[in-house]
Design a protein around this ligand. Structure first.
Ligand code: ZN
Length: 413
């Protein structure tokens, strides 16, 4: 599938090499440094295109954009793959509810998502892969799992034997009862009669009446969600046999830790004999005015709505980065208002002919980002610089800072 258009990425002018990047790994729950590499492989789970792009989506893709930018500014190459679940139950349910064709709904929301990502200056993935276009690939992965003895049928549907590995649960750190409850809330079916274990997951769903299906060696049907990501990541990121893990980073929102990423990791272990990712990174949730933001509450705030209201996308980006990605955090009018004022103040300072020294503030931004993407600290350093500049401090080079703001923070100001 066509990704969104390329976003210009300037080369940061750095007085010294960037510090090594540390990220919190959900599996170990510790901050750990990424081993220095020439090529990093990053997979980030994409949207199901029925209500793009709310601020939770935006915050997640910004988090991985910061990682992408940092690694590239360090001189490395980043292979970046993202999927789009353009066939799944929630999409069909929404299309049915709204009496629209599911493909029309998906296409419209994918277009909206691409536009939002471009407006927010998120660097596009090299491969943006839809579930529909990956059906043969997923089917091959199901066959490979079957050959490994990990597949069984319930009626015409195929399930993956998840709960056989002692490593299952290493990522989410949940007890089995907790897993069952969350699995049930997030599209699983733990109580389905005929399953060998409640936590086994669907990998191939036989065609249902009035639903689409695609031919495969497993019959006419469609892929399950988890195997879709596992198959796409393992194919398009071209893992290197000599490395300990298949890829370097698997990412998404924190609501994907379980079941989605736990199941992907379990499938990848069977398919490759290795851990899927060296580091699992998760971006926390965005709420609205003190409440969880969710489809069921009907309080989702969409990027396109804000932009249509005249909000500068760089202000949205700034506002989302003003709090740390690992904290569940709130969106509010006051946050947006503060971001608008702060961006204006920084722009005013950047427009001065004499500005405060810039080399130090660029180093402060880099150091803050290297420490688990501490964007609030990076932004505070820029704001302090703006205030010094407005008070008449001199000796800096505006261009040095504007390039760093763009290259490292994605802020074109
Ligand atoms: Zn995924």
């Amino acid at each position: 599938m066509k990704s969104w258009a390329q976003v210009h990425l300037p080369v940061a002018q750095l007085s010294q090499p960037l510090p090594q990047l540390f990220l919190t790994d959900s599996k170990t729950t510790h901050k750990q440094s990424l081993a220095k590499k020439e090529i990093y492989r990053m997979y980030v789970c994409g949207i199901t295109p029925y209500d793009a792009t709310h601020l939770g989506h935006a915050a997640t893709y910004l988090t991985f954009d910061l990682i992408n930018r940092y690694l590239q500014a360090s001189g490395s190459q980043v292979k970046y793959v993202q999927n789009i679940t353009d066939i799944d139950d929630p999409l069909l349910e929404r299309a049915h509810r709204d009496n629209v064709d599911w493909q029309t709904l998906a296409t419209s929301q994918i277009d909206l998502f691409r536009g939002d990502m471009l407006n927010l200056r998120v660097l596009p993935p090299q491969h943006y892969i839809g579930a529909v276009e990956a059906i043969d690939l997923v089917s091959e992965s199901v066959s490979a799992l079957d050959a490994a003895g990990s597949i069984y049928a319930v009626g015409d549907d195929l399930f993956f034997r998840n709960y056989r590995s002692s490593e299952f649960g290493n990522l989410s750190h949940l007890k089995k009862e907790e897993m069952k409850e969350i699995f049930s809330q997030r599209g699983g079916n733990p109580d389905l009669v005929g399953k060998e274990d409640p936590l086994d997951c669907l990998v191939w769903m036989a065609q249902r009446p009035n639903e689409p299906g695609w031919p495969s060696v497993h019959g006419i049907g469609r892929p399950g969600w988890h195997i879709e990501c596992t198959a796409i990541a393992l194919k398009y990121l071209e893992p290197v046999a000599s490395q300990d893990t298949c890829i370097d980073i698997q990412g998404g929102g924190s609501d994907l830790i379980f079941p989605h990423h736990e199941m992907c990791a379990s499938q990848a272990r069977v398919l490759t004999g290795k851990e899927l990712a060296a580091t699992y990174v998760h971006s926390a949730m965005i709420g609205l005015d003190g409440e969880k933001m969710s489809k069921s509450k009907g309080n989702l705030v969409f990027v396109s709505t804000l932009i249509n209201q005249g909000v500068d996308p760089m202000v949205i980006r700034f506002a989302l980065m003003s709090q740390h990605y690992r904290l569940d955090r709130m969106w509010s009018d006051s946050l947006l208002h503060a971001a608008t004022e702060n961006v204006a103040q920084i722009r005013n300072a950047l427009a001065l002919t004499e500005v405060a020294p810039t080399t130090e503030v660029v180093a402060q931004i880099a150091l803050a980002l290297s420490d688990d993407l501490d964007t609030p600290k990076a932004i505070a350093a820029v704001q302090a610089w703006a205030q010094r500049s407005m008070k008449g401090s001199s000796g800096g080079r505006v261009q040095e800072l504007t390039v760093a703001l763009d290259a490292l923070l994605g802020l074109a100001l």
